[in-house]
Design a protein around this ligand. Structure first.
Ligand SMILES: Cc1cc2nc3c(=O)[nH]c(=O)nc-3n(C[C@H](O)[C@H](O)[C@H](O)COP(=O)(O)OP(=O)(O)OC[C@H]3O[C@@H](n4cnc5c(N)ncnc54)[C@H](O)[C@@H]3O)c2cc1C
Ligand SMILES: *[C@@H]1O[C@H](CO)[C@@H](O)[C@H](O)[C@H]1NC(C)=O
Ligand SMILES: *[C@@H]1O[C@H](CO)[C@@H](O)[C@H](O)[C@H]1NC(C)=O
Ligand SMILES: *[C@@H]1O[C@H](CO)[C@@H](O)[C@H](O)[C@H]1NC(C)=O
Length: 488
C-alpha cells in the first residue's frame, strides 16, 4: 500500500473510532443500564433479555423495533427522575415507549436504554369533575373497557392497540372529534417528570407554557407519567367495518364524497381506506355513529352497496374499535405519511385511487404488500373546540383533516425505497389537491402521521420558535435530545 493510501485509511479508522466513542459507545450504554438497575427502587425493573425485554422493545411496526442494550420499566415517577439523571450525566441514548405504535424508526426505540411505561397503568374516573386520570403505559382498549361500566368515555384512538401516550402527546383524531375536538383539546392536566428529575403537575393555571407545549410536543420536555382527560357520556354506539371489492369502487367513492360534503351530524363519522393487500385492491370502510342507531339517510347508501365482509351493528364503543382490522398487519415494516385536506370530493378521491394503484405497481415487486390511503373526513369545525392554545396544529385557521398514507413491506433492504416512495406520493397528492381547488398551502401536517424528516414548521408552524424557547428553559442540557422524535 502506498503511504498516502495508508494514511487515508488510518484517518478513516480514527474517525470511525471517534464516532464509536460518542453517545453510542456500548460501554457507556452498559454502564448506564447497570447504574439505573443499581439505583432505582425495587418496584422498577431493568431487563437485558427474556420475554419482558421482548415486550418492552415491541413495536406495532417491526421497522420501529430496535435491539436496546437494556429495557427499563419504571414503577414510580421518582425512579424516572433518577434514570433521566443518570442518562443525562452519561450522555446515553434512550427512548420512551407508550403503546409502541410510532411508525417512524427511532421515535420510541433505541440501541441504548428502552424505557417502557407499562407499569403506569392507573385508570381513575372522577365523577365529580367528569375527568379520567390515565397512566402513560396503557393502550386505549384498556381505557374504554374500564370506563364502560360508568357510561362515560374519553376521546382516544379509533382502532385497537394504539397507545394513550404518543397519541395524546401528538394530537389525537378520535371517533368523537367532530363533537369534542382533538384529544389534546380534552386534556385537563399532565404529570410530567422534567429532564432534571423534578416531578410537576402541568395544568393551564400551574404551568401555561408546558401545558401548551405538551399538546403536540411529545418527548421534548420530559416524560409524562399520566394524563387527565375530560370524560363524556357514552352509551351504545352503531357501526363497524365493511370490506368492499374493487368492482363497487365508484359507488363507495360517491358515497364517501357525499358524506364528506353533506353530513353535518357531529355524531356521524367514517373512514374510507383504499388498499392493496398482496396486490389485490379493495376498500375498507369503518362507519361510526355515537348512538344506538344512526338517523335514516346518513349511512344507507354504504349499506346498500354489495360487500365482501360486513361487521356492522349496535354495540359497545370498545367492540366497534376492535372490529377494525388494522391489527392484522402487525409485524410488517411500515411507514406513514400525510397531507392536510379540506374535504373529499370525488375528484380528490379519484386522485387518491390512482396513487394507490400506481404505488402498488411500483412497490409490490419489492415486497410492498400493503398499500393503503385512508380518507378521514371531519367537519370543518374540528379545530374550534380548544379553550387554550396548543403546540399542534401550527394554525387553527383552517380545519384540515389528515389523509393517512401507509406502506407496509417485509424486506428491510427496501426501507429507503418505501420512504422515498411515500414522500413522493404525498408531494404528488398535495400538488394535485391544490390543482383541484383545495386551499391547503401552508396548512399543518399531522405529526402522528408525518414521516420522520418532515420539517417542524410544516407541523407546528409559527409555534416552533416558542417551543424552542420553552425547551431551552426546561432542558438546558438537552437530555431529551438523547431520545428520538421531532426535536425542538
Ligand atoms: C394502527 C394504527 C392506528 C392509528 N389510529 C390513529 C387514530 O385513530 N387517530 C390518530 O390520531 N392517530 C392514530 N394513529 C397514530 C398514533 O396516534 C401514533 O402512532 C401515536 O404516536 C401512537 O402512540 P403510542 O403511545 O402507541 O406510540 P409510541 O411509539 O409508544 O410513542 C410515540 C411518541 O411519543 C413519545 N412518548 C411515548 N410515551 C411518552 C411519555 N410517557 N412521555 C413522553 N413522550 C412519550 C415517544 O417517545 C414517541 O416519540 C394510529 C397508528 C397506528 C399504527
Ligand atoms: C348524502 O348525504 C346526506 C347527509 O348525510 C344524506 O342525507 C343523503 O342520504 C346522502 N345521499 C346519498 C345518495 O348518499
Ligand atoms: C392487537 O395487537 C396487540 C399486539 O400484538 C395485542 O396486544 C392486542 O391484543 C391485539 N388486539 C386485538 C383486538 O386483537
Ligand atoms: C428543574 O427544572 C425546572 C424547570 O426548568 C426548574 O424550575 C427547577 O428549579 C429545576 N430543579 C432543579 C433541582 O434543578
Amino acid at each position: 500500500m502506498n503511504p498516502v493510501a495508508f494514511f487515508t485509511l488510518a484517518l478513516l479508522q480514527a474517525s470511525v473510532a471517534v464516532a464509536a466513542a460518542g453517545p453510542t459507545d456500548p460501554n457507556v450504554i452498559e454502564a448506564t443500564c447497570n447504574e439505573i438497575a443499581a439505583t432505582v427502587s425495587r418496584e422498577s425493573q431493568v431487563y437485558y433479555l427474556g420475554p419482558l425485554y421482548d415486550k418492552d422493545i415491541y413495536h406495532w411496526s417491526s421497522s420501529s423495533t430496535q435491539q436496546a442494550r437494556c429495557t427499563f420499566e419504571p414503577a414510580t415517577s421518582q425512579d424516572i427522575g433518577i434514570a433521566l439523571d443518570i442518562i443525562g450525566k452519561n450522555g446515553c441514548p434512550f427512548a420512551i415507549k407508550g403503546g409502541g405504535h410510532a411508525t417512524n424508526p427511532g421515535f420510541s426505540s433505541t440501541v441504548g436504554v428502552q424505557i417502557a411505561m407499562y407499569k403506569f397503568s392507573e385508570i381513575t374516573y372522577y365523577s365529580t369533575t367528569q375527568t379520567v386520570t390515565i397512566g402513560a403505559g396503557l393502550i386505549w382498549d384498556d381505557v374504554y373497557a374500564a370506563l364502560e361500566p360508568y357510561d362515560v368515555n374519553v376521546a382516544g384512538a379509533r382502532v385497537t392497540g394504539v397507545g394513550v401516550a404518543g397519541f395524546t402527546l401528538g394530537g389525537g383524531y378520535s371517533w368523537v372529534t367532530n363533537q369534542h375536538g382533538l384529544t389534546i383539546d380534552t386534556v385537563q392536566g399532565y404529570e410530567l417528570v422534567l429532564p432534571n428529575g423534578t416531578i410537576v403537575d402541568v395544568t393551564q393555571s400551574s404551568n401555561e407554557d408546558l401545558f401548551f407545549a405538551l399538546k403536540g410536543g411529545y418527548n421534548n420536555f420530559g416524560i409524562v407519567t399520566r394524563f387527565t382527560l375530560k370524560a363524556f357520556p357514552q352509551g351504545e354506539v352503531w357501526g363497524g367495518t365493511i370490506f368492499y371489492a374493487r368492482t363497487v369502487i365508484d359507488q363507495v367513492t360517491a358515497a364517501t364524497a357525499n358524506f364528506s360534503a353533506n353530513c353535518m351530524d357531529p355524531k356521524a363519522q367514517l373512514v374510507t381506506a383504499y388498499v392493496y393487500v398482496a396486490g389485490i385492491p379493495s376498500i375498507i370502510v369503518i362507519l361510526f355513529y355515537d348512538g344506538p342507531t344512526p338517523p335514516g339517510g346518513v349511512f344507507d347508501t354504504f349499506l346498500a352497496i354489495p360487500f365482501s365482509l360486513r361487521d356492522i351493528g349496535t354495540r359497545s364503543f370498545l367492540s366497534l374499535v376492535q372490529s377494525c382490522p388494522f391489527n392484522d398487519t402487525a409485524g410488517l415494516r411500515s411507514v406513514f405519511n400525510t397531507i392536510p385536506i379540506l374535504g373529499y370530493p370525488v375528484d380528490v378521491l379519484e386522485t387518491i385511487i390512482s396513487e394507490v394503484a400506481h404505488w402498488n405497481g411500483v412497490l409490490l415487486p419489492s415486497s410492498g404488500t400493503f398499500i393503503s390511503y385512508t380518507a378521514e373526513p371531519f367537519l370543518p369545525t374540528i379545530f374550534s373546540h380548544n379553550t387554550t392554545p396548543s403546540a399542534y396544529p401550527g394554525s387553527r385557521e383552517r380545519s384540515v383533516s389528515p389523509l393517512n398514507i401507509w406502506f407496509g413491506w417485509t424486506d428491510s433492504g427496501a426501507d429507503e425505497l418505501m420512504q422515498n416512495g411515500i414522500r413522493t406520493s404525498a408531494a404528488t397528492l398535495f400538488k394535485k389537491a391544490i390543482e383541484l381547488g383545495q386551499n391547503i398551502e401552508g396548512a399543518p401536517l399531522y405529526n402522528n402521521y408525518a414521516i420522520f424528516d418532515t420539517p417542524l414548521e410544516s407541523i407546528y408552524g409559527d409555534n416552533v420558535e416558542t417551543l424552542r424557547r420553552i425547551k431551552e428553559r426546561v432542558d438546558p442540557n438537552n437530555v431529551m435530545g438523547l431520545s428520538g422524535g421531532f426535536k425542538f
